[in-house]
Design a binder for this molecule. Structure first.
Ligand SMILES: Cc1cc2nc3c(=O)[nH]c(=O)nc-3n(C[C@H](O)[C@H](O)[C@H](O)COP(=O)(O)OP(=O)(O)OC[C@H]3O[C@@H](n4cnc5c(N)ncnc54)[C@H](O)[C@@H]3O)c2cc1C
Length: 99
């Protein structure tokens, strides 16, 4: 049977946005949303597609950086805007009565 988790903050409020996936795309979205003062949760299963690569290239100012370090910096940046990060996998989502 699937576990059902209702995503709320410790305060009991629901998040404005839950981002599924904390790779480059998800963290970029979370950064913008966090800067826009939205309450944001990022849930990330920790399996970025470039995990096999030791270094990334062709990304201005980050040439040669390891993908893992790049994501670690991104996680620190979003956390500075109050974005919360969970290391987990989302297995489903559904609309509640209020949408
Ligand atoms: C081998 C390789 C080398 C590369 N080298 C370079 C390079 O040198 N320079 C460059 O600019 N680009 C490079 N790329 C491209 C770059 O990796 C991608 O453009 C980038 O990772 C895409 O980011 P993303 O956030 O869309 O996806 P991803 O990086 O794949 O991140 C998706 C994240 O979402 C998580 N996720 C997925 N489903 C769920 C779920 N249901 N619940 C929770 N979490 C979930 C995954 O675990 C993962 O952490 C490379 C790609 C590969 C494959």
């Amino acid at each position: 049977m699937a576990e059902v988790v209702i995503v709320t903050r410790k305060s009991g409020e629901v998040y404005d946005v839950v981002v599924v996936g904390g790779g480059t795309a998800g963290l970029s979205a979370a950064l913008i949303l966090g800067r826009s003062r939205r309450s944001v949760l990022v849930v990330d299963a920790g399996e970025p597609r470039n995990a096999p690569a030791a270094h990334m290239h062709g990304y201005l100012s980050r040439d040669g950086m390891s993908p893992a370090e790049f994501l670690a910096v991104g996680r620190r940046e979003v956390a500075a805007y109050g974005v919360e990060l969970w290391d987990d996998r989302v297995t489903g989502a559904e609309r509640d009565g209020a949408g």
